[in-house]
Design a protein around this ligand. Structure first.
Ligand SMILES: Cc1ncc(COP(=O)(O)O)c(C=O)c1O
Length: 240
């Protein structure tokens, strides 16, 4: 089989898979068309969008979710690890309902946030202070802006293909709606290249922003540099 034949087969298979996906989800398709009339792209969280239209999930319990057309899926995403308890766990539902019963957005600091912050700080040695945000995008924008103020330097270093939020995407040359930070881009898992780029731009950089697993960029786990691996190895001879 020639490369052109393979390509044609792949294109045909992709078209068939797309048609099958659309054909099996008439309610999802209609809801997406409806949503697109009032929201850009019919969604409000870019990372969950995929063509021809994203899954529209009706409900979830434990590790399973069900879309509006009644298809059941095993959720392998788990909110990119934030959903590690699974869906609709009873103790979590009970706690949320109890909090709602006291009222929400009460125009003052609530009685829960410091308790949660204390739990996090006590459990994770790297955490000293916690600021809660509504989204990862907001958290990263605040962290980068803070780093820029503290260091007095304007730029950031990021991995090619990195996703840090709807305004912080560095695949395919970057997104046109990215926040206007100067970004030095290095290749993920090219430790020497990253080091050189960071050193070269050190006077300009406020922060290095990097994912432990390059999620949107292909679910690529980070490798340690060989020097780090050797320094931490219990068997140094294995590194020579
Ligand atoms: C690594 C990473 N950083 C940041 C974000 C942005 O989070 P949010 O979608 O809550 O804005 C995501 C979202 O999926 C992510 O995967």
């Amino acid at each position: 089989m020639t490369a052109t034949d393979e390509r044609t087969n792949l294109d045909t298979a992709l078209t068939q898979a797309r048609e099958h996906y659309v054909g099996q989800r008439p309610i999802g398709a209609a809801m997406h068309a409806d949503a697109s009339e009032v929201m850009p792209g019919g969604n409000t969280r870019t990372v969950l969008y995929h063509p021809p239209f994203p899954l529209r999930i009706a409900r979830g319990a434990a590790q399973r979710v069900v879309d509006v057309d009644g298809h059941e899926y095993v959720d392998m995403l788990g909110e990119y690890t934030a959903g590690l308890y699974g869906h609709s766990q009873q103790p979590i539902l009970d706690a949320v309902r109890a909090a709602l019963d006291d009222g929400i957005s009460l125009a003052g600091h609530n009685v829960y946030e410091a308790r949660l912050a204390r739990e996090l700080v006590d459990r994770f040695p790297a955490l000293e202070l916690v600021r809660f945000t509504n989204s990862g995008t907001e958290a990263n924008l605040m962290a980068i802006s803070l780093a820029r103020v503290v260091t007095g330097r304007p730029g950031i270093a990021v991995a090619r293909g990195g996703y840090h939020g709807g305004l912080l995407y560095f695949g395919g040359g970057g997104s046109p709606v990215n926040a206007p930070y100067d970004a030095v881009v290095f290749d993920y898992n090219d430790v020497d290249g990253a080091r050189a780029a960071i050193r070269e731009n050190a006077d300009h950089l406020a922060a290095v922003v990097v994912e432990p697993v390059l999620g949107s960029g292909g679910v690529i786990p980070a490798r340690r540099s060989s020097s780090l691996r050797c320094a931490r190895s219990r068997r140094p001879m294995a590194c020579s």
